[in-house]
Design a protein around this ligand. Sequence first.
Ligand code: UGA
Length: 434
Amino acid sequence: MKIAMIGTGYVGLVSGVCFSDFGHDVVCVDTSSEKIAKLNAGEVPIYEPGLDTVMARNFAAGRLRFSTDTAAAVDGADAVFIAVGTPTRRGDGHADLTYLMAAAEDVARALTGYAVVVTKSTVPVGTNRRVADLLQLTRPDADFDVASNPEFLREGAAIEDFMKPDRVVIGVETDRAKKVMGEIYRPLFLRDFPITYTDLESAELIKYAANAFLATKISFINEIAALCERVGANVKSVAKGMGMDGRIGNKFLHAGPGYGGSCFPKDTSALARIGQEHGIPMRITEAVILVNDAVKRRMLDKVMDLCDGAVNGKQILVLGVTFKPNTDDMREAPALTIVPALVGAGAKVRIVDPQGKREGEALLPGASWHEDPYEAAADAEAIIILTEWNEFRALDLSRLAGAMASPKMADLRNIYDEAEAVAAGFTAYVSVGR
Ligand code: UGA
């Protein structure tokens, strides 16, 4: 199959690269010539484990190309995927469809033979129909179908998620489009990965409903964590006991400093908007958003309490600032709430993060960046663990405590136990929901 992928952001790049690995002929298009030049030079613009290898392999095989020329990429393509950003629109929480509609218009002008125009970006219900109308209006002569094919990959595990998905969701309305989409995903079908075909609206809604449900699990357990602290329970035990019920499942029940990233905050807010607009308020999702905001503030209170209410002039070491491990993504990371508040209160914040510096430096002014946790712990009055990178999971706590001026720890990912922290010399240790 010949595929054009419009947009080389997270979803576009990973999908394009993986489709080429399926054996398809893929051209990834982006408006940024700088980005395309880098990709053509073999540079991967994001940190995503394994992506560089798969990209290099298919680029070398000639199945994967990068270009700024939409028309050339679309010419003769069996499917044109649109995977541009749909960020939260400032002010109203809506998904901003400006880029998507602009891309669809470019695609319409470039269509030659029959093609399926597939939306991979996360878009509000009804968008695929709007895209179809726009295509029709721009090019009444064009022969096309639209399809909705939301993506469920996680940053940090994107290749694995794409190659071994829990399911592939495809919203289509014609047999012709279904056939093309079936052909594209044939390598997964042959390996028995479930592929489910729906109408356009259901496919669009599945994506929001799935993300909002996962976010609900997180906010739920974070609220239970606060209750655990009040009543003397342990949220890890509670989550374990709950998760043993197969109907609940043990995943996404880790209490922490709140969810972040490019998806959950944006998609929960968009779903709330969609509900309001259709007169069906998404009350649970609205509560999930409020709880998540409150969790971040609660974590800040926890750190302030640990530091006896004042951080002015104190050295504080923050381990991990990306929104989760194995990514360099800082979007909506809890660190963006906690670090500026500490800096604002006069703390001297040091940061160690394996990948966060490139993006984080500009976002967290006033903090200093370090490579080695033990060196950075020198004279620190508190350590805050904000992201559970593997390298922070087995630290020599005695060595850390020995280096610090006053060994105190806020373990906001529940990596360690109070007993081991105290045994290692920490005089105070707080975590979440324990
Ligand atoms: C999420 C979904 O998991 C993907 O299925 C989806 O495709 C993607 O959004 C998207 O819409 O593109 P992602 O944002 O990469 O993926 O990251 P997750 O691993 O889901 O983590 C999201 C946030 O929830 C992180 O801040 C993480 O720390 C937090 N989290 C996760 C918890 O606090 N507790 C948990 O138990 C799980």
